[in-house]
Design a protein around this ligand. Structure first.
Ligand code: WQD
Length: 332
């Protein structure tokens, strides 16, 4: 079975390619390296001791997609490729809508032409907007996100739903990720943002390695146990493994469905900092700063549906996540 992975050298994409190869799938990757590095290709091969095909290119380039589908018998796709910085999406909405939606349209048009109708889509918990109930369940009505990035995920989910309605041979798994952190235990691949990180874990890592001075904790006056923001952090390898289960599910021809991919547990910012310091025996200096615009107090998943339908549950604990995140940083 051959799987086309768009964005396959990115943070979640690369970990998923490792799990696909380890599970015996053949893999073709297309990535424009906008937010990843070409060295990841060899690192994936080193981890798995397996080969795969890599195309440097843009998923919006339909000629390249046509070349790939003509050259390879693709059985299903996993679509990661897209811009994903919440703050940047507020500043540059047109760039986000164009890239994140045109890439999905180009991929689906080419898949349709080649009669490939199984897709796993990289969605996000951000589609829930400000959660009305916790833990979050998939049946919650999707109204709107709190930023253009999240809106592109909502639009892409709608495109895929309408595609299935137009042709029920389409099998679509919408995976709504919560907060992916950590890295492959080998330390060869992980999250390595080029500039100042927006997300909590890569920021903590850069403070722990001395690259940044201190962490700003965005608010300690939320309605949470210690006043700081609560999120559902999930190990990126657990998240990657969910994609293998989702690919298998699409071949059961059950149509389209959405799945929360989280651990079901919420951890606060200060709990993450304390776990990081304890496990890695390193200090993470921080100061309390004003709340960040657009943040919600708490967000965590009810992940029972993924267990029931995909036979997937998370296995790594928070200590594994903070250990692997730091291990990747000191090795790179
Ligand atoms: C986590 C917590 C912050 C940085 C975002 C996207 C979401 C998904 C994951 C793509 C919050 C606090 C953070 C810092 C802090 N991305 N924090 N100091 O905002 O939950 O989710 O990333 O799919 O779509 O919205 O993740 O890591 O930015 O924040 O105190 O320097 O850490 O306030 O409580 P978030 P995050």
């Amino acid at each position: 079975m051959k799987i086309l992975v768009t964005g396959g050298t990115g943070y979640i994409g690369s970990h998923t390619v490792v799990e696909l190869l380890n599970s015996g799938y053949e893999v073709v990757v297309i990535d424009n390296l906008y937010n990843s590095k070409i060295e990841v290709v060899d690192k994936i091969k080193k981890i798995t001791k397996k080969d795969f095909t890599f195309y440097k290119g843009d998923v919006c380039d339909k000629e390249l997609l046509e070349e790939i589908f003509n050259k390879h018998k693709i059985d299903a796709t996993i679509h990661f490729a897209g811009y994903k910085a919440v703050g940047e999406s507020v500043e540059k909405p047109l760039m986000y809508y164009r890239n994140n939606i045109v890439s999905t349209l180009s991929l689906c048009e080419t898949m349709s032409k080649h009669n490939v109708k199984n897709i796993v889509f990289s969605s996000s918990a951000t589609v829930y907007g400000i959660p009305e109930i916790l833990p979050i369940i998939e049946k919650l009505e999707i109204k709107h996100a709190t930023n253009p990035y999240g809106e592109t995920k909502i639009v892409n989910e709608k495109i895929l739903k309408d595609l299935h309605i137009s042709d029920n041979k389409w099998n679509v798994a919408l995976l709504r990720y919560f907060n992916p952190i950590g890295a492959h235990p080998s330390g060869l691949i992980g999250e390595n943002p080029n500039d100042i990180p927006n997300n909590l874990m890569p920021y903590i890592v850069k403070v722990a390695t001395g690259e940044l001075k201190e962490l700003s904790v965005y608010g300690n006056d939320y309605d949470t146990p210690d006043g700081t923001g609560v999120r559902d952090y999930i190990h990126v390898v657990d998240l990657a493994k969910a994609h293998i289960k989702a690919i298998e599910w699409t071949f059961k021809n059950e149509g389209i469905d959405a799945f929360n991919i989280g651990t079901g547990h919420g951890y606060s910012v200060l709990e993450i900092v304390k776990a990081f310091e304890k496990v890695n025996k390193v200090k993470v200096p921080y100061k309390i700063a004003p709340r960040r615009k657009g943040d919600v107090a708490s967000c965590y998943a009810n992940s029972n549906y993924a267990k029931e339908k995909l036979d997937w549950t998370s296995t790594y604990e928070i200590d594994d996540m903070v250990k692997d995140a730091y291990n990747f940083a000191i090795k790179n």
